[in-house]
Write a protein that binds this ligand. Structure first.
Ligand code: ADP
Length: 492
């Protein structure tokens, strides 16, 4: 008898398939990294065929490790890195080019053109988003322009999708669908109606013929073929939205912060979208068939964990990500060094595409421990700025922050985060909240879990960090950080 739920988590650096049981515990996991392709400065690509191939192997690897068959899965959910854009041929199913990843800044000319004709916030009332290279709509336009494919797209010969769409298409044998959370990251979707907006599509130069059908995040969506033949695909949602579900942020005012490649704080704002005055974006938290949409405010930070990877891969300062904690702990403090990792400009709350990475405060005293420490601290400072914006927009001051993601294993960082926020930082027992959220969503859809209240019972605290820093120190550090951020502006 089927008694498990599958979650396919297609992230920025890797793809994993996980199986969960009814208690929300991990039964098995298989995970594979894919290549990061950097053809030019500011460009980041992934190979969609590589990702699809890894998807099939992690599904098979996970089921084999667990000793399970496909029909042991009641249903499956997909969660994905958001905004990363694929365009493929409807007949052959082959991508026309590599996927353009969310961090990629090649669309800055397209975005600048849109901004010069009405300002950075011209689409915000309808989409909840500022104009930025981050979002998928301008990436589609770039692919069509660059490869001369506009006419083919108009004729319906090419399809657009984010990774959810690409994987659903391949897993179901040809359903062209995306969910409301992923669609809400395109600059093409009307946040209130949850439908594509023809005027926006025209302005961005994206033919509506190539857009997928928008479905609810918590399905039903379709039936899989291939490696999951016969298993219902019951949920699709962007990784940060899935993490919200995994952290059971179902009530207005509940928030989580995920520390992965980038950092993403989302706060549930209930069934009406709150338009931000403080530099956050408004996004769909999730939608469920037959219910009102649930919205969120989001503070997105482009570079956090990827800065640790950069220290490892580009500078060779550490041999593995986990070594950064010891190196950063080799010094008593940051030695007045601040690292603003504006590699893709700065996202929330600044939205400055003209900013670039900056290290300030270097002296002969500075050593690699200070650089490592300033790199780690950058994640906490950026999170503090986002939380301030969240408080301004929502009027809710969080008393504690639920956290997850790869960087939360770093205790030095988590303690510094609690110090800087003046609030507790708490981590759940299941740190894989993104995959868990996709599983929860898929399970809710088919009645495997009966209600969000039932899921709430499954959230168990693992670790808590409480602030110990005095206010003077905190304010001094934040003041120095803000001065450093100013220095990163206007480089491009
Ligand atoms: P994603 O889902 O975005 O691919 P993960 O949640 O798997 O990311 O987190 C991976 C990130 O965490 C990487 O960018 C890596 O550099 C960072 N990371 C891993 N271990 C540590 C550590 N001990 N200290 C700081 N950062 C770490």
């Amino acid at each position: 008898m089927a008694e498990f739920i599958g979650a396919l988590d297609q992230g920025t650096t890797s793809t994993r398939f996980m199986v969960f049981d009814h208690a929300g515990s991990v039964v098995a996991v298989d995970q594979r990294e894919h290549r990061q392709i950097f053809p030019e400065a500011g460009w980041v690509e992934h190979d969609p065929m590589e990702i699809w191939s890894l998807t099939t192997s992690v599904i098979e690897g996970c089921l084999t490790a667990a000793g399970l068959k496909r029909n042991d899965l009641v249903s499956v959910g997909i969660t994905n890195q958001r905004e990363t854009t694929v365009v493929w041929d409807v007949k052959t199913g082959l991508p026309v080019a590599n996927a353009i990843v969310w961090q990629d800044t090649r669309t800055s000319d397209i975005c600048d053109g849109l901004v010069s004709d009405g300002g950075i916030d011209r689409f915000r009332p309808k989409t909840g988003l500022p104009i930025a290279t981050y979002f998928s709509g301008p990436k589609v336009r770039w692919l069509l322009d660059h490869h001369g494919l506009g006419d083919r797209a108009e004729r319906g010969e090419l399809l657009f999708g984010t990774m959810d769409t690409w994987l659903a298409w391949n897993l179901t044998g040809g359903s062209h669908v995306t969910d409301t959370t992923n669609a809400s990251r395109s600059l093409l979707m009307d946040l209130v109606t949850g439908t594509w907006d023809a005027d926006l599509a025209m302005t961005l130069g994206v033919p509506t013929a190539m857009l997928p059908t928008i479905v609810d995040s918590i399905g039903p969506i379709g039936i899989c073929t291939g490696p999951l033949d016969g298993v219902p695909l019951s949920a699709m949602l962007g990784d940060q939205h899935a993490a919200m579900v995994g952290q059971v942020c179902f009530e207005p005012g509940e928030a989580k912060n995920t520390y992965g490649t980038g950092n993403f704080m989302l706060m549930n704002t209930g069934t009406s979208p709150v338009v931000s005055d403080a530099g956050l974006i408004t996004t769909v938290a999730y939608t469920r068939s037959g219910e009102d949409p649930v919205y969120a405010l989001e503070g997105s930070v482009a570079v956090s964990g990827s800065l640790v990877q950069w220290l490892r891969d580009n500078l060779g300062l550490i041999g593995s990500a986990s070594e950064i904690e010891a190196l950063a702990s080799s010094v008593a403090d940051n030695g007045d060094v601040y690292f603003v990792p504006a590699f893709s400009g700065l996202f929330a709350p600044h939205w400055r595409s003209d900013a670039r990475g900056t290290i300030v405060g270097l002296t002969r005293f500075t050593n690699k421990g200070h650089i490592a420490r300033s790199a780690l601290e950058a994640t906490a400072y950026q999170t503090s700025d986002v939380l301030d914006a969240m408080t301004t927009d929502s009027g809710v001051r969080l008393t504690e922050l639920r956290v997850d993601g790869g960087m939360t294993v770093n205790s030095l960082l988590m303690q510094f985060q609690a110090d800087l926020l003046g609030a507790d930082v708490v981590k759940p027992r299941i740190a894989e909240t993104t995959a868990l959220g996709a599983a929860y969503a898929a399970g809710l859809s088919v009645g495997f879990w009966k209600s969000t209240d039932e899921l709430r019972q499954l959230w168990v605290e693992d670790r808590r960090w409480s602030p110990t820093m005095d206010d003077d120190t905190r304010l001094t550090l934040l003041g120095r950080w803000h001065a450093a951020v100013e220095k990163s502006f206007g480089w491009v």
